[in-house]
Design a protein around this ligand. Sequence first.
Ligand code: GLU
Length: 510
Amino acid sequence: MDSSKFRIRFAPSPTGPLHIGGVRTALYNYLFAKKTGGKFIIRIEDTDQNRYVEGAEDYIMSSLKWLGLFPDEGPGIGGDYGPYRQSERKHLYAQYAEELVSKGHAYYAFDSAEDLDKMRTEQETLGNHSAKYDSNTRVSMKNSLTVSGKELADLIQNSENKVIRLKIPNDETIVFSDMVRDEVSFQSNLLDDKVILKGDGMPTYHLANIIDDHLMEITHVIRGEEWLSSTAHHILLYRFFGWEAPVFTHLPLLLKPTGKGKLSKRDGAKFGFPVFPMAWNEGEETYAGFKEDGYDPDALLNFLVLLGWHPADDQEIMNLDQMAAAFSLEAIVKSGARFDIDKALWFNQQYIMSYENSVILYRMSSFLPESITNNFDEAYLLSVIELMKQRIQKYSDFVGEALFFFKSPDAYDEKQVRKRYNDELATELKLIRSKLSMLEEFTAENLSDTVKGYLSDNSLKMGAYLPVIRIIMCGAMTGPDLFEIMKVLGKEEVLRRWDVALNNFSSYLS
Ligand code: GLU
């Protein structure tokens, strides 16, 4: 098939926020679509009303938007295969389930919750600990295989427990190929007769997923490993309908930072990093988001793409276009990928360092308080960014790290001042100040020449003076190049800080 005809979908259920593993799934779907010239489609799988969570769909769509994973078709976007929300396709599914009943591949079942419990307990007493609705047990349950005639007609009309179940064939090995795992096989006797249509006429995930993948002409299914065992059911459904199945790719798990066990939504709080793209409130609890935590969306994607896939040349830093160009399903690995937040931070820092200052300013604008944006102009902010961009890992670090550019120190590193300040420094620093006050062009070079020139002309030690000047400017012995800082602060502010500090330091003189 011409690859521009490929149709690839990301099919989240709005049962909560999109986990970072879901973001990786969306990314791989997106990349494969871009790589092949196919279409990237979003389908919202919202048939399970009990698990539906208000706001989750918006959250999913906004997260994809923040990350720049724009779909070609989807809810709110349109396309020829809509609607793209399964709840709006409800009318489509029942006829397909009934078609399977009439072909003998599915059947009505009318068992109550108590009947099902009873069956499980009975099986357990017989030593069957994995009891399920299957060829073994269906014969003793209330369904259209065991009931007939008028009773059946009545039950179909009136039973409040009516569902349609898939009839799994006996003693079969169901084989399918997966891009990551090659040939996968499941013994049919281990599969249960899954409900495919519920009493309210709503399909379950399995039925809706297959019908929509077929009707939407999906060619490739790329999803998490947790769906691997359901695929056996899906293969049967395709066969029963006489439809061609798409190509399957099941992605490896994302593992906890320890490498043991699947990364879960609680791990975020436990290990102190976000596991959701954006913050999410659930009752009293708020789950942190990469966005609010100060991550760059492109850096996050770059970090995620390498959790389970590597380009042939092992290049690490890649933008979306480069990732798409290098992407291939064949190179996805089988083993789980350890979620290492230090690596995410490293990518974030690399991205921030590589950006133009104006891009950084734009991307971190939500982290700048009004006290800064109202009082400092863009040119000033850009020069601070120029000095600080090597020193921040996240956008959220900026204000804290660069605070001395926006606020003169309200405290000084007292220990250092006591250790370093003395009468001689007090006298010399006043003289240096007067030299600085005479400087016409406050460039880093002029500042350096003036200060260092004065120190060497007077045989004074750099190591004694420069740290104290730094404390005068920043309050502590931190920050980028001292003379660059002074240049950005400007003459008036430098002289003001000088006076305030010397005045403060005088109390440390004996
Ligand atoms: N709705 C399923 C989910 O939430 C989709 C699985 C699939 O892609 O088939 O992950």
